[in-house]
Design a binder for this molecule. Sequence first.
Ligand SMILES: Cc1ncc(COP(=O)(O)O)c(C=O)c1O
Length: 373
Amino acid sequence: MVPFLDLKAQYASIKSEVDAAIQGVLNSCQFTLGTEVAAFEEEFAAYCGSAYGVGVNNGTSALHLALLAADVGAGDEVITIPFTFVASAAAIYYTGAKPVFVDIDPRTYTMNPKTVEAAITPRTKAILPVHLYGQPADMDPILQIAKKHGLVVIEDAAQAHGAEYNGGRIGGLGDMGCFSFYPGKNLGAYGEGGMVVTSNPELARKVRMLRDWGGEKKYQHVLKGYNMRLEGMQGAVLRVKLRHLEAWTEARRAAAVRYGALFAGSGVPTPYAHSNVRHVYHIYATRTAKRETLQAGLQARGIQTGIHYPTPVHLLPAYADLGYKVGAFPHSEQAANEVLSLPMYPELTTSMQEEVAAAVIELHGVSRAAAMT
Ligand SMILES: Cc1ncc(COP(=O)(O)O)c(C=O)c1O
């Protein structure tokens, strides 16, 4: 058996630290926000190279509140990609604005900057690149376009804790960076969590107010706010886990190198990483036109895989009202049809990777032959 993810193995490796942190919250009874959350906000913001961090209840709320803080609302448009988790587009909708999609670079699965300017209209307010799979989007041209047109840049960094672009940590490159701490993420809570990081004090203040009923003082509601606070328990657990994040990230990167060596010369497609980035391999995806055959074959051998994501957002029934048709974003659509995520996590052993690679190579031959008939 090779599981897709093994959160139990990770817990076992840090059990005493986590248990003590949770006990600390039980002792203090600071169950929502509180000192652990405040300390985590400071530590994670510093990790991202940002001045401020505002902890929220999940990554979707981080995106939602970042957009609101940037004054995105009804009548506005926000440019993003359709090959992403639905939350990237859903958060835009929550504000009343409309997601406008542009296609991906098929090598990196991130926003193709060359497509962005053509999508800008007088209603465009922001660009929301997604660092999908842990690979940074090509931020320099995106930031240049945003500057030229006076647009806000909000990074969807939900899958990319610790990723770097030209030596700078993602999340801190745009106006705001939005993270998810969903349990399976590279830095995952023991429940739900998210954060907005920024170096702009006004934006930080606004997100801070919005996540806690729109005020800085109790019962003084200055903005129409929400209850989107990060729980104390999650702050305490995330502080513990942040101390291990660099070692875990390096373990993921080493595992990616190992897969690369195992697949070398086999014809199995491996992820592309630009030379100027630090890819953090939240997802390690191969591609095949006969995905079902490959996935079923691996499953039969006890190897779990995932598909991130089988339908691009513009073709999801929930977003049919946007009016996009099949063929609108060919690279996103092809990726959605072909990607298959292999097991990838810090606790993955060399022998597990050898087992995965041997099975993929064997089945890939089969699935390629099947694709040709
Ligand atoms: C790219 C992307 N954006 C946003 C989110 C939303 O994060 P959450 O699940 O914490 O709300 C996720 C994670 O699920 C994601 O993968």
